[in-house]
Design a protein around this ligand. Structure first.
Ligand code: MG
Length: 340
């Protein structure tokens, strides 16, 4: 029999985390514990402001889940169908149960989760490090933290002067390769194209979500004119979005919290190349529990951006490690110790 426990938790950022639409000092998560034959599988649901999902609704949804009728975590497909039958929403809660099921399947079988997915673990995988929006002294502190990473992802906004200053300032202080994420912060396609052309001249690697979801139709123009690959993130939440909108983007940023967990992200990453999309594995600002779950999929992806847990001051879990910018898959552990 499977037992389900869950509780809310607030993850605190080590430093204020600002993107084009908001700035935060903490972020809400839910931790899930699935019990089976004396073992516990862990999962995490996180709630970034731009997603419609709210923690209170997802706590109510989890309170309605009754998994006692299932006899094994290997009934993954049946359990997911049951979760979908109760609600078409609550994607983060479903993702947390999905990743707890995989953690449990790994513990019951004695196999690492990436092996259960048929994925290799020997390939060397580098992750990027994200730098939020801030003053020069903040950026310098972040660059200091980012030294071991080969690639930096820089958050930019609608303020063109800030954007140009931030990129030039970073390039004056670091030789690392740079990708740029606007989180939909640019106001229109003409300004976006000018900005992207300027960034291309600065040898930026790629652009993520320059225009908001409300201006999605303009991505046809932007994709045709842009000298750099454009990845969809806010516009590409799940497999349906990816299929319907694949002509708007050169690539897709896939995240467990948007699509509903490891099984759904695996499905998206399997389909994306046949739609002509490059793939990036991303995460939210979230803890090691969710980031470790995502890391099991890393060998499927062209780019990996799994650094959300590095921003947290009170992560209760240990899992994936990053050594010289390289992602090392490790067993997830609940330490319960709030790191400072
Ligand atoms: Mg993004």
């Amino acid at each position: 029999m499977l037992t389900l426990k869950y509780y809310p938790y607030d993850l605190k950022f080590s430093e204020v985390f600002a993107v084009s639409s908001n700035a935060r000092t903490s972020t809400e998560v839910i931790y899930v514990e699935l019990g089976y034959e004396g073992k516990i599988g862990y999962g995490e649901a996180s709630f970034p402001p731009y997603m419609k999902e709210r923690r209170d609704d997802n706590l109510v949804y989890l309170s309605q889940l009754n998994l006692s009728g299932f006899t094994s975590p290997f009934q993954m497909d049946e359990i997911y169908a049951y979760m979908d039958s109760l609600s078409s929403e609550n994607t983060p809660a479903k993702a947390s149960v999905d990743m707890a099921l995989y953690d449990l399947m790994g513990k019951v079988s004695g196999l690492p989760v990436n092996k259960l997915l048929g994925l290799e673990s020997k390939k060397t995988i580098y992750t990027s490090f994200t730098i939020g929006i801030g003053e020069d002294d903040f950026i310098l502190r972040q660059l200091n933290k980012a030294k071991q990473f080969k690639t930096i992802k820089v958050k930019l906004a609608g303020d063109i002067l800030y954007n140009k200053h931030a990129i030039e300032f970073i390039q004056n202080n670091s030789a690392q390769a740079i990708g740029v994420d606007f989180n939909g912060g640019l106001p229109n396609k003409e300004i976006a194209l000018n900005m992207i052309q300027w960034l291309a001249a600065k040898n930026i690697l790629y652009i993520e979500q320059p225009l908001p979801v409300s201006l999605e139709k303009d991505y046809i123009f932007l994709k045709a004119e842009s000298p750099l690959d454009i990845f969809g993130d806010e516009s590409m939440q799940n497999v349906k979005d990816m299929i319907y909108k694949h002509e708007l983007f050169d690539g897709v940023n896939i995240k467990l919290m948007k699509c509903g967990g490891i099984s759904k992200a695996y499905q998206m990453a399997s389909i994306a190349p046949s739609l002509g999309l490059k793939t990036m594995l991303g995460c939210m600002a979230e803890g090691s529990c969710a980031v470790t779950a995502a890391a099991n999929l890393a060998s499927m992806f062209d780019k990996v951006d799994l650094d959300g847990h590095l921003m947290m001051a009170n992560d209760k879990f240990e899992g994936v490690e990053i050594v010289n910018g390289e992602l090392k898959l490790c067993q997830l552990k609940l330490t319960g110790i709030e790191k400072q």
